[in-house]
Design a protein around this ligand. Structure first.
Ligand code: CMP
Length: 142
């Protein structure tokens, strides 16, 4: 059992597609074990994407991620990190395989519908960034 952080980005929320996108994740074998909606401040978005500081796309990324509310979730399942990345599809929607979230919902590399942790260490850091341990209702703990 593994956990990963998922963010439904402002484009997904604006399109009223929260439920549709979550259904892709659930059909793919992942379970939502924590969720909240919030509007990221500039500081919080910069902190979350700290690893991308200095890259040419950093300012546009922060601007987009603060342009409206997002839904942050912890997803749980076997091999959840890789599974989530497969269901999301490639970062650039033009390269995303048909049937993936980004192929079906994303409009551009910034407005790309979802974020998902890319590795175990990142998942731990990203989950702790948004959730306290007692806010996560792990199925494994039951
Ligand atoms: P995400 O998975 O949220 O992680 C960083 C985000 O930066 C990425 O999705 C994209 O939305 C955005 N981004 C914009 N340009 C690029 C790029 N050239 N390479 C990677 N990510 C990019």
């Amino acid at each position: 059992m593994q956990q990963t952080l998922s963010i439904l980005k402002p484009d997904t929320v604006k399109k009223n597609a929260i439920g549709k996108v979550i259904s892709y994740l659930e059909k793919g074998g992942l379970t939502v074990v924590a969720a909240k909606m919030l509007h990221l401040s500039k500081e919080k978005a910069e902190q979350f994407y700290d690893i991308h500081q200095g890259k040419p796309f950093f300012n546009d990324l922060v601007e987009f991620m603060t342009s409206g509310p997002v839904v942050v979730m912890v997803l749980e399942g076997e091999d959840a990190i890789m599974k989530n990345r497969e269901i999301m599809g490639a970062t650039n929607p033009k390269e995303a395989k048909p049937g993936t979230i980004r192929a079906d919902f994303a409009e551009s590399i910034d407005a790309n519908a979802v974020h998902g942790s890319d590795a175990e260490e990142t998942a731990k850091r990203e989950i702790a960034f948004f959730f306290k341990p007692d806010e996560i209702c792990s199925t494994a703990a039951k």
